[in-house]
Design a protein around this ligand. Sequence first.
Ligand code: APR
Length: 234
Amino acid sequence: MGNIRNIVVLTGAGISAESGIQTFRASDGLWEDHRIEDVATPEAYQRDPDMVHRFYDARRAAVQTKSPNAAHEALAYLEGAWPGEFLLVTQNVDDLHERAGSKQLIHMHGELAQAWCTLCDQRHPWATPLIDYPPCPSCASPYSLRPDIVWFGEMPYRMDEIYDALARCDLFVSIGTSGNVYPAAGFVREARSHGARTLELNMEPSEGSAWFTESRQGPATQLVPQWVHQILGF
Ligand code: APR
């Protein structure tokens, strides 16, 4: 991979599938007979906060019983070994990338492991249920903590930093995402428009597969370590 200096990696639910966290597609977009779009929205939170807290409390607790897999670990290794710039952007709200050791990481759709106070705007690491309406650690208000998750209709986080990195990258790699949800689904075109090579590692071709210079199909725990060895020239 001769003239590759700056790398941007995008991950989606597929990278956590082999850790036992169901992808959105595999769950047919359902949770307890609710469509996820009907739960992951500000309107749902206004209408029925308990239901929304139950949904995220269950997912937060489930993630705590899972572990990073070989794909998460390979990306953390690459970040440490890579001489140029390396940025990992994830659509996932689990903390498996952090637990594998990734540091240059942006959670563009937020994190289950954080709570956000809608009154004082402070964010707090969070591991326990929010359905008990615990007081905000900063402003002590009793009903103001929500999951720090970007809901449908809300702006994903740190988009400026992401577009800056896409403008500078020589290689954009998309792992385990179906390419259904924007703005992440448009990152491959953004990277290409700045002349980057683009690689897709996914169980099946994504919606945007045709935009990738190369697309490899298979499980992330095989494709990602293989690619990391290749790019490091082992
Ligand atoms: N290895 C590699 N890829 C896999 C694996 C695996 N073991 N298992 C599944 N995949 C692929 C599927 O083929 C699919 O293309 O991962 C992709 C998962 O797609 P989705 O379930 O749609 O998840 P994602 O693309 O991350 O969803 C994006 O949509 O629901 C919203 O905000 C939510 O962040 C989420 C966004």
